[in-house]
Design a protein around this ligand. Structure first.
Ligand code: HEC
Length: 122
């Protein structure tokens, strides 16, 4: 047994207990209902169809139903909380040239909005 085996073993064990999809999306302390309220307040609905929001239902951006199941954000970035939160606040910083504008949300507010988006699993 080479010494590499000892290094690899913990990594293999970690791989074996990969978190379920829902656990990947956990945002401690964030609240999906508050996220929907904030998404309404800042006008995400002007460009997106948001489950839970009847009006407006803008079409400039993709409909966000089922977003929790997507592997990627905007087809480019891994769909994980640590990427989604900054993306919601400043999409152009992460995907230069995008038409999704930066939105006036604090990091805490964006965490609530992310929790709401991760509640959209169908
Ligand atoms: C002015 C229109 C506009 C507004 C307002 C807007 N977005 Fe977007 N959004 C877009 C567009 C356009 C895209 C597609 C971006 C791309 O593909 O580069 C997008 C992409 C996204 C994505 C990625 C969707 C996917 O299927 O990968 C998420 C999530 C998102 N927006 C959330 C929000 C949230 C939350 C708000 C409110 C805080 C918001 N957007 C406000 C236009 C907008």
């Amino acid at each position: 047994m080479g010494s590499n085996t000892y290094l690899l073993l913990p990594l293999l064990l970690l791989g074996a207990c990969k978190p379920a999809p829902d656990e990947r999306h956990v945002l401690p302390g964030a609240d999906a209902a508050e996220g929907l309220r904030l998404a309404k307040a800042v006008g995400c609905g002007a460009c997106h169809v948001l489950p839970g929001l009847d009006w407006p239902q803008g079409r400039a951006g993709p409909a966000l139903g089922g977003f929790a199941k997507q592997a990627l954000i905007a087809g480019k970035l891994p769909n994980r909380p640590e990427v989604l939160v900054p993306y919601i606040r400043d999409a152009p910083a992460l995907t230069p040239g995008t038409t999704m504008p930066a939105m006036p949300l604090s990091e805490e507010e964006a965490r609530h909005v992310a929790a709401y988006l991760y509640s959209l699993d169908d």
